[in-house]
Unconditional design. Structure first.
Length: 388
C-alpha cells in the first residue's frame, strides 16, 4: 500500500506527547481531529512488544488493528488506518537488537518510531532505558543507527530526551543523536532530577534548536495557545509537543481555541466506546481531564463529574449523564471512520510538509538518505511519569 511522501515533522507542527496510560487510540484520534499534526503512543517496552501478535478486525482497510500479548491475550496497542500517517510508536529500550525487532513488527501500522531517552523512573533507569541513555550516548547512537539501517526508509526515527546539567552537554548530545540518524528530537525542558511541579526551563531551548538541523519539539508546561506563542516568539521553538495540557483539554490543538471541557469529555467517551476501549481506561482518562482542566471548580458537583468520581463509577451512567445514550454506543471495530466516530476529519497535512527527501544536513548513516513521514508499506510498565 503506497503512501504519499510527506514529512512527519515540520516548522509550526504540534504533537501529542507520549504519556503512559493516556496516549491510547481514543486520545490520539481525538487530538488528530482537534488539530494535532503528530500523535505519540504511550511508551511501550521492547521486550513486551516483541511478544505480541497482530490482529486485524474486518475485511476492509479501516478495521481496528490490535497487538495482543501472547502470554495473556491482553491488548498492548490498538490502532487504525485513520492515524497511520501520523502516529509515532514510542519504545522503551536499551538494546539495538530488541528495538529493531519491536519496530519491525509494528512498522506497517505507524509513521514513526521514537526512542524514550528521558524517563527518570527507577524501572527505566535500572534497565538502562529512558534517562539512563543520556549518560550512555553510545547505546543511544547504536539504536538510532540500527533503526535507520533496517526500517522502511519512510518510517521516521526520532528520540525524546531531557536537558543535561548545562547547555554545552545538551548541545553535544543532540548533535551526536542527529549524526546517528535521529530525524527529529523531542526535548523535555527539565533535567532528570526535576519533578513535574518544577517549572520547565524554557530559557534553555534556543541553544538546542540552534545546534541541530533536524526539527526540535519543545515539551514542558505547554497548556495554552499563549504558551505556544511564548515558546515560539521568545525561546526559538518551531515545533511543540503537548502533554498535560492535552490531558486537561485535548482540544488545546484547535486553531480556533479549545472547546468547553464537557464537550471534549463527551467526544472522548463516545470515541472510546466506539473503538472498543475498556471502561476502566476511559474512566481513568476522564478523571485526568477533571484533574488537569483549568476551567472546572476544584470540587465540581455537576452530574457528569459526580458520576465519574463516585465510589463505583459506571461508564454507562456517565455516558447517559453526558446525553450520549450508552445503549447506542456499540463498537465499530470492523470499519472505523471519522464519520462513524462523530468527528470532523483532520485537515490534510500542511502543504509545507510535502517532501521527497529529508531536510538538507540531516542525513543519518551515509548508505541511506531517508524520507520523512509516510510509510510505503502496509501495557508496558505503567509506573513511569507522564511527560509534561
Amino acid at each position: 500500500m503506497l503512501r504519499a511522501q510527506r514529512k512527519l515533522y515540520w516548522e509550526g507542527g504540534k504533537a501529542l506527547a507520549p504519556m503512559v496510560r493516556a496516549c491510547k487510540l481514543p486520545l490520539r484520534l481525538l487530538c488528530l481531529a482537534y488539530g494535532a499534526d503528530v500523535v505519540y503512543t504511550e511508551e511501550l517496552i521492547d521486550k513486551k512488544l516483541v511478544e505480541t501478535e497482530r490482529i486485524q478486525h474486518g475485511d476492509g482497510p479501516n478495521g481496528l488493528v490490535e497487538y495482543v500479548w501472547k502470554k495473556d491475550r491482553s491488548t498492548v496497542m490498538s490502532t487504525c488506518a485513520l492515524e497511520r500517517e501520523r502516529v509515532v510508536l514510542q519504545i522503551g529500550s536499551a538494546s539495538p537488537d530488541l528495538v529493531v525487532r519491536a519496530a519491525q513488527l509494528y512498522e506497517r501500522d505507524i509513521a514513526g518510531v521514537d526512542i524514550n531517552m528521558g524517563c527518570p523512573k527507577h524501572f527505566s533507569i535500572s534497565g538502562g532505558m529512558g534517562a539512563a541513555l543520556l549518560r550512555n550516548p553510545e547505546t543511544a547512537e547504536d539504536m538510532l543507527r540500527a533503526l535507520r539501517r533496517t526500517l522502511d526508509p519512510n518510517v521516521t526515527v526520532t528520540c525524546k530526551i531531557r536537558l543535561l546539567e548545562d547547555d554545552a552537554k545538551t548541545v553535544e548530545l543532540v548533535r551526536r543523536l542527529e549524526a546517528a540518524g535521529a530525524q527529529a528530537i523531542g526535548v523535555h525542558m527539565r533535567e532528570t532530577h526535576h519533578r513535574p511541579r518544577e517549572p520547565a526551563i524554557w530559557d534553555r531551548l534556543r541553544a538546542v534548536v540552534d545546534a541541530v538541523q533536524v526539527p526540535v519539539l519543545a515539551n514542558g508546561d505547554v497548556y495554552t495557545a499563549k504558551d505556544i506563542d511564548t515558546l515560539r516568539g521568545d525561546h526559538g521553538a518551531k515545533s511543540i509537543m503537548i502533554a498535560r495540557g492535552a490531558l486537561g483539554n485535548p482540544s488545546v490543538f484547535r486553531p480556533e481555541g479549545p472547546l468547553p471541557i464537557f464537550d471534549v469529555m463527551r467526544d472522548y467517551t463516545r470515541v472510546a466506546r466506539l473503538v472498543g476501549q475498556g471502561d476502566r481506561s476511559t474512566i481513568w482518562m476522564l478523571n485526568q481531564m477533571i484533574r488537569y482542566d483549568t476551567t472546572l471548580p476544584r470540587k465540581p458537583k455537576d452530574a457528569v463529574c459526580t458520576a465519574i468520581k463516585g465510589p463505583k463509577p459506571d461508564l454507562n451512567v456517565i455516558a447517559d449523564a453526558m446525553g450520549l445514550e450508552s445503549s447506542k454506543l456499540l463498537p465499530i471495530k470492523d470499519d472505523i471512520t471519522w464519520e462513524k466516530l462523530g468527528l470532523k476529519p483532520p485537515a490534510a497535512l500542511s502543504a509545507s510538509s510535502v517532501s521527497a527527501t529529508l531536510l538538507e544536513g540531516t542525513d543519518g548513516p551515509p548508505a541511506k538518505r531517508v524520507k520523512l513521514g509516510d510509510n510505503s508499506g502496509e501495557s508496558a510498565q505503567t509506573t513511569h511519569n507522564q511527560s509534561t
